[in-house]
Design a protein around this ligand. Structure first.
Ligand code: PEP
Length: 260
């Protein structure tokens, strides 16, 4: 019998479609949306995950039990346990069935004053708890317009990503703050430029799927632009906010990932 050798160059690479529900949805709505999203059948090389508010994690997990869609949380504490009122540890999220956790989303960085160091400590806590952190970075409008955006992204990556980490134990999401929820997106060349800059800062071997850190793009991704964004060089998937709250639109983004 002829044996086929693993050839990393011929391997179709994984595309990630992650839906950040933010602070939306009471129980009933969360279950209905999760069930509707759960009816989509992602292609083999598409990893889909949804990130509901903490309070709905258990219900969404149950609603997704027959689907291949994974569960993620929107934040975690850098601490393991103890007197941290109102916080949720990475271990608790693992226990609730999460595979992923967002850390350093721009809404956490700006509204909760999270520093790169805090984000890095959250990522470390997540990895220790055997979760995959999705480390978010991205410049704001003033930083983009001043032309210093690559310096900002570089600083965020250097200071938010834990060092000496296995490249496939975390993901990065490049989310320009000015594109989030605004309906504006960078042109594809700008997305590619940012992704290449991020990739150049990470220890990874792009010829081997398991030695590569996946880099997602986020910011006003919709059904009508998802395909071209995901087909852009250096883009391994998308982190979707608003459009992940509509099952049919999110379903089209999942389909787009499978078509690339
Ligand atoms: C987000 O919140 O991560 C996001 C990308 O939001 P939106 O898709 O709505 O811009």
């Amino acid at each position: 019998m002829m044996r086929h050798r693993f050839n990393p160059y011929s391997q179709k690479s994984m595309k990630y479609v992650f839906g950040n529900w933010k602070m939306n949805g009471i129980h009933e709505e969360a279950v209905a949306l999760a069930k509707a999203v759960g009816t989509t059948k992602p292609q083999k090389y598409t990893q889909v995950a949804i990130f509901p508010p903490f309070i709905n994690l258990h219900l969404v997990k149950k609603a997704l039990s027959r689907s291949s869609i994974a569960l993620g949380a929107q934040d975690c504490s850098p601490e393991e346990n103890g007197a941290f009122t109102g916080d949720i540890s990475a271990g608790m999220l693992k226990d609730a069935g999460c595979k992923y956790v967002l850390v350093g989303h721009s809404e956490r960085r700006t509204l909760h004053g999270e520093s790169d160091e805090t984000v890095r400590n959250k990522a470390i806590a997540a990895i220790k708890a055997r979760l995959v952190p999705v480390i978010c970075v991205g410049e704001n409008l003033a930083e983009r317009e001043s032309g210093k955006y690559l310096q900002v992204i570089t600083r965020q990556v250097e200071q938010s990503v834990p060092s000496l980490t296995n490249p496939s134990s975390y993901l990065i999401a490049y989310e320009p703050v000015w594109a989030i929820g605004s309906g504006k997106t960078p042109i594809l060349a700008e997305i590619s430029e940012a992704h290449k800059t991020i990739a150049s800062l990470l220890y990874h071997d792009t010829s081997k799927a398991d030695k590569k850190t996946a880099i997602l793009y986020g910011g006003s991704v919709k059904a009508n632009n998802a395909c071209e964004i995901m087909a852009t060089e250096g883009v391994d998937g998308v982190l979707v906010g608003g459009a992940s709250l509509k099952a049919d639109e999110f379903g089209k983004i999942i389909e787009a990932a499978g078509s690339i």
